[in-house]
Design a protein around this ligand. Structure first.
Ligand code: HEC
Length: 130
C-alpha cells in the first residue's frame, strides 16, 4: 500500500471516529443518572442567556473588547465574528476539538458536554440573536 493511501485511510478513520462520537453524544445525551449530575436542558437555548454566559466564562478573556490574544476574533458582540464562525462550522469544530480546527478554549480544558450541547443547538437553530 502506498504511503499516500495509508495516510488517506487514517484520515478517514479519524474523521469517522470523530463523527461517530458526535452522533453518540446527540443520541445519548448525558442525563442525570446520579444525584450529582445535573440534566442538560437544550430545549430553550438562548443567545442572550446561555451562549453569552458560556462565552463570557470561557472565551471573552481572549475573544472580546481589547483582548489581544484571541487572534483578533471578537465574540462579545452580535453578530461580530461569532455568527460567521458559528455558521461556517468553526465554532463547533473548535469546541469539540475536531480535526482541522484549532481546539478551544486555547490552552484550557474542554467545555462541559452540556455547554457544548447548548452551543450546538444554538448553531443548528441558525445562531439567532434571541
Ligand atoms: C487563551 C486565549 C483563548 C481562549 C481562552 C479562547 N481562544 Fe479561541 N482563539 C484564540 C486564538 C489565539 C485564535 C486564533 C489562532 C488559532 O486559531 O489558534 C483563536 C481562534 C478561535 C476560533 C477560530 C478558529 C478557526 O479555525 O477559524 C474560534 C471559533 C475560537 N477561537 C473559539 C473559541 C471559543 C468558543 C472559546 C471559548 C470556549 C475560545 N475560543 C477561547 C485564543 C483563545
Amino acid at each position: 500500500m502506498s504511503k499516500k493511501r495509508s495516510i488517506a485511510i487514517i484520515l478517514v478513520a479519524v474523521c469517522f471516529a470523530g463523527c461517530y462520537y458526535d452522533k453518540e453524544e446527540l443520541v445519548y445525551p448525558r442525563q442525570a443518572t446520579t444525584t450529582t449530575t445535573a440534566s442538560c436542558d437544550t430545549t430553550a437555548v438562548k443567545y442572550s442567556v446561555d451562549i453569552k454566559n458560556i462565552l463570557s466564562t470561557s472565551c471573552y478573556g481572549c475573544h472580546s473588547g481589547t483582548a489581544a490574544n484571541g487572534g483578533g476574533f471578537k465574540y462579545d458582540v452580535y453578530p461580530g465574528n461569532l455568527v460567521p464562525k458559528a455558521l461556517s462550522g468553526a465554532l463547533v469544530g473548535s469546541i469539540t476539538h475536531s480535526p482541522g480546527f484549532s481546539p478551544m478554549p486555547k490552552g484550557g480544558g474542554k467545555l462541559s458536554d452540556c455547554d457544548i450541547a447548548k452551543i450546538r443547538t444554538w448553531v443548528r437553530n441558525g445562531a439567532p440573536n434571541n
